[in-house]
Design a protein around this ligand. Structure first.
Ligand code: M6R
Length: 368
């Protein structure tokens, strides 16, 4: 059942190239998106003036990634909110709000209650879900399924990539239906999306480096994760993985926040993962993050840097460089999270823990 892997989590991590391909399959044709499941009137999609993403845990981190893409492509404000917070704070939701509810299981009670609350206010709800026939898609106006196959391990991995992939399809579809794009632009983005499974596989093919790192660090008691832009939610997700299965104190920060407090945590030997944006980006984020690495290294941090192939700027300040293939900035989260998933999985395995059934956690949280 585990296909020769020591845990379902390891198996599911290594299935991620085909998982992403499965999420994308059959939904793009001749340079256009066809989301047959989107049973919401296109006129209504054109009238929405705000998107709210509701989700919990890993699904919420996926939502935080896709906010960057949907705002960029659709020019609609996107709020991402933990479902349990959304429900209880009298949020501003109208008939012109599109709510995206992300849930692997489709049964998370906090997310379901947020969906019900949004519908009561007249909003339309699209569920991004893996489990067909589950409650959240049944109660939503439309559902887009991940198609990544059952996820058994409590720690979510392939569903996270599927959630980002499905939300990207939804974002592109919205942009297409609202006329935000020239057809050739959308075709180019879709072409790059289709190339992602091969790049995911390339990262997985390099797993041995991260596995070794995890074994060397089996005694770590605290690990920090830094990222900027889409690297920020990636840092949060990397930290969540390590907490939940390896029981290690882990925190994800926005790298720009470092000097506003978290840098006080950095002392001799503190392990820090840094997700570095592409040096080809339009802005100066790359150099800013390289300066962050320099700053924490000067304070004794052990720096483990996830950087694009060919980015030599990071080398003088990195104890370890983990390479990922170059891609669009908005697609990088589908690659940069993989070493962090492997790290958590291997470290927990090295500690002799039950990777698939971490203490105190359930796969699906069906109570509020
Ligand atoms: O089934 P859902 O996607 O709604 O679950 C949401 C969270 O409970 C879930 O992502 C949780 O955080 C995972 N254990 C993370 O690995």
């Amino acid at each position: 059942q585990k296909g020769g892997y020591p845990s379902f989590m390891a198996k599911e991590i290594h299935e991620q190239a085909s998982a992403v391909a499965d999420t994308l399959r059959g939904r793009m044709e001749n340079g256009r998106l066809h989301l047959d499941e989107m049973k919401i009137d296109p006129a209504l999609l054109r009238s929405i003036d705000k998107i709210v993403v509701v989700a919990c845990g890993t699904a919420a981190n996926a939502g935080s990634v896709v906010k960057y893409a949907i705002e960029h492509w659709c020019r609609i404000p996107v709020e991402v909110e933990l479902a349990h917070e959304f429900r209880y704070r009298d949020p501003v939701v109208t008939e012109k709000t599109l709510v995206i509810a992300i849930s692997q299981s489709g049964e998370t009670m906090d997310t379901l209650m947020a969906v019900r609350h949004a519908k009561e206010q007249g909003a339309k709800v699209v569920a991004i879900c893996n489990t067909r026939g589950s409650t959240i898609p049944r109660e939503s106006d439309a559902a887009l399924y991940l198609n990544v196959g059952p996820e058994i391990a409590v720690a979510s991995t392939k569903a996270y990539l599927g959630q980002i992939g499905a939300c990207y399809l939804l974002g592109l579809y919205l942009a297409q239906e609202r006329g935000n794009f020239f057809p050739e632009e959308i075709a180019e983005i879709m072409h790059d999306l289709e190339g992602l499974p091969d790049k995911v596989q390339a990262v997985l093919d390099n797993a041995a480096q991260v596995e070794q790192l995890a074994h060397d660090m089996a005694d770590a008691t605290s690990v920090l994760f830094l990222g900027r832009h889409v690297g920020y939610p990636t840092a949060m997700e990397g930290a969540l993985k390590l907490k939940e299965i390896a029981y290690i104190h882990a925190e994800g920060f926005a790298a720009g926040e470092l000097k506003h407090g978290p840098i006080a945590l950095v002392d001799e030997g503190q392990p820090v993962f840094i997700i570095v944006p592409s040096p080809r980006g339009r802005d100066s984020l790359h150099s800013k993050v390289v300066s962050n690495i320099q700053e924490i290294r000067a304070r004794g941090a052990r720096t483990m840097v996830i950087a694009e192939e060919g980015d030599t700027d990071v080398e003088p300040y990195a104890d370890v460089v983990i390479r990922v293939p170059a891609t669009r900035t908005l697609f990088a989260p589908l690659l940069t999270i993989i070493p962090l998933q492997i790290f958590a999985c291997e470290l927990a395995t090295a500690k002799g823990l039950d990777v698939d059934q971490p203490r105190n956690l359930a796969k699906s949280v069906t109570v509020e």
